[in-house]
Design a protein around this ligand. Structure first.
Ligand SMILES: [Zn+2]
Ligand SMILES: [Zn+2]
Length: 361
């Protein structure tokens, strides 16, 4: 009985995936030669936290024992479900590489959940419809050579207008003992959601971008893992982003700074509180933890690319995946009833005069 949270910005932005759960862990820092080596050697900050992209999770509590006599387990993954928190592109723009799965991995429709907007064009259905439209050349040009079962998107919109103090969450997914609830968070305009996943007594909450609120903290109460965004102070953000301070203040006002994150965690009291979306650099980690520690003293980590959290009834284990960028694609699972035959060719052809010049071995 395991729940694996893998954190990546590379593949799916901030989509939340059942089996593998993706979130935005910004790992930007001023470009230097060091930044292009991945992973770097493990090294520690002045206060003893591992530095980003060093192959270590950024926390001093990588293992939280809930019981004695523990055994770690392995986790299979097939990515076909995406739960979008909100439609900022840093949280959903990575959908294209996930959608592009013709013939390998996923040969079934991509299933997407996400918020409705206050108007149809602000909703997730409009977003996915436009994603599919934007992929028309991609699909037509490949469909005669590869299976087409993965070239559709099915979308479930979560009606944002139905939330209220009396109806704080909606059950949006209930399969294979997994229940996922959506609840609204404060971020920019209507249509930002948090999700709470419950599975066999284990729980995971992910709020993506949100201003701190007691409402979201209540929804996250007692979760094994609570991933919440965190950004630096407007002053630090202005330095990093090169924005004028006034504009940096506008941005940070719609997000959460470390002291505020601590206040949210102190209400929710998760097994592990995870800060994500932070602008990580070797020099600002200590400052982030220092500020967080003024308002919260429970287990906490800053997530970044390839952070992995394993949860069992006995323990929570935080690790940092080490991966090869050149690793081969893993074998897809054997699923029954999947049509692996290619579809019919597109009417659009390469001009004959150009095709004739193809070199034939
Ligand atoms: Zn956002
Ligand atoms: Zn964001």
């Amino acid at each position: 009985m395991n729940l694996t949270i893998s954190i990546t910005h590379k593949l799916v932005g901030c989509g939340l995936l059942v089996g593998i759960l993706g979130t935005s862990a910004f790992a930007a820092s001023p470009a230097s030669f060091e930044d292009f080596r991945f992973p770097r050697e493990a090294s520690l900050t002045k206060d003893g936290y591992p530095t980003p992209l060093s192959g270590q999770p950024i926390t001093k509590t990588p293992v939280i024992a809930k019981k004695k006599g523990i055994t770690l387990k392995k986790y299979p993954a097939l990515l076909d479900k995406v739960f979008i928190n909100h439609l900022h592109l840093d949280h959903c723009g990575g959908i294209f590489p996930l959608f592009d799965a013709m013939g390998w991995g996923r040969n079934t429709p991509l299933r997407v959940w996400g918020p409705s907007g206050t108007t149809p064009e602000l909703g997730t259905a409009a977003f996915t419809e436009n994603v599919r439209k934007a992929a028309e050349w991609h699909v037509q040009s490949k469909r005669h050579v590869l299976p087409t079962g993965g070239t559709t998107i099915t979308t479930t919109e979560i009606d944002s207008s139905k939330f209220s103090p009396e109806n704080p969450r909606q059950l949006v997914y209930n399969e294979n003992d997994v229940k996922i609830y959506a609840f609204p968070v404060v971020h920019c305009i209507e249509g930002s959601l948090g999700y709470r996943l419950e599975w066999k007594g284990l729980s995971f909450v992910y709020t993506a971008d949100s201003e701190p609120s007691t409402f979201e903290a209540e929804q996250a109460k007692g979760a094994d893992i609570f991933i919440h965004e965190v950004l630096p102070s407007p002053e630090d953000f202005a330095v990093h982003s090169k924005l004028p301070l006034e504009l940096a203040k506008n941005v940070i006002n719609e997000h959460t700074v470390p002291e505020e994150l601590g206040l949210v965690f102190s209400i929710a009291k998760p097994g592990i509180g995870v800060g994500s979306h932070y602008i990580l650099g070797d020099t600002n980690i200590d400052n982030a933890f220092k500020k967080l520690r003024t308002t919260y003293d429970g287990p906490v980590m800053l997530a970044h690319d390839l952070s992995v959290i394993n949860v069992t009834p006995e323990q929570i284990v935080i690790r940092q995946a080490k991966t090869s960028m050149l690793a081969p694609v893993p074998n897809p699972p054997k699923l029954k009833g999947i049509d692996m035959n290619p579809g019919k060719p597109s009417d659009s052809k390469t001009p004959a005069w150009l095709s004739k010049t193809r070199i034939v071995k």
